[in-house]
Design a protein around this ligand. Structure first.
Ligand code: G3P
Length: 217
């Protein structure tokens, strides 16, 4: 499963990229707002930090205007992936952009039927929001399982990009289900390293090493 980091914070991206932990980046208007930076400028900076896909979201609601915005965004770098909402206008835009060979991430997916539409429109990625699904008393992982089954039934190439990932169990379950990508806040990626037995084991080794009185080099 590929890991994308869900942020517009370049320091976070640099840190994770240095550890080889990320395969791409996703942003959204809320994350751009949080960064306090200019959308096009920060997207350019992010694209230079990773060779992987960098999702940048259009804000328009109609197809023509989405295409116009996408034109600006895709000029930024070859690894820009245009993010469109799961609406009819978004799907129309997805189809047009994918036909031209541009990567598209169809976002705000909350049902398996919506994911089916995204695949039919040629999406590179579909983003089911599992955390927000759970927040509303729905079964985020059940949604993923349905999408995986449907995509496999018909051999759709669209990659399942799990979004709104809130904690390590979401990551574990997504990997079990066979999601292609999980996009997560940096803090969730970092939390995956934690294990009490790793900490305890390291503590024990260091204590015994200190007793040897030795140093390396
Ligand atoms: O980028 C979309 C998604 O990952 C948002 O997550 O936590 O705001 O529901 P969240």
């Amino acid at each position: 499963m590929k890991f994308f980091v869900d942020t517009a914070d370049t320091a976070e991206i640099e840190e994770l990229a240095a550890a080889g932990l990320i395969d791409g980046v996703t942003t959204n208007p809320s994350l751009i707002h949080k960064s306090g930076k200019n959308f096009l400028e920060v997207t350019r900076e992010i694209c230079a930090l990773t060779p992987g896909p960098v999702s940048a979201e259009v804000l328009a609601l109609d197809h023509e205007e989405m295409m116009r915005e996408a034109e600006h965004l895709r000029k930024i770098a070859d690894n820009v992936c245009i993010k469109v909402p799961l609406t009819l206008e978004g799907l129309k835009t997805c189809k047009a952009l994918s036909d031209e060979g541009t990567m598209v991430n169809v976002t705000l997916c909350f049902s398996a039927n919506q994911a089916l539409l995204a695949a039919k429109a040629g999406a590179t990625f579909v983003s089911p929001f599992v955390g927000r699904h759970d927040d509303n008393g729905l079964d985020g992982m059940g949604l993923l399982r349905d999408i995986r089954l449907i995509y496999d039934n018909y051999a759709f190439d669209t990659q399942i990009l799990v979004a709104s990932v809130r904690h390590p169990i979401h990551v574990l379950e997504s990997a079990r289900i066979g999601a292609d990508v999980a996009t997560m806040p940096a803090k969730v990626i970092k939390s995956l390293v934690n294990h009490v037995l790793t900490d305890k084991g390291l503590e024990g080794f260091l204590a015994d090493w200190a007793k040897t009185g030795q140093t390396i080099g």
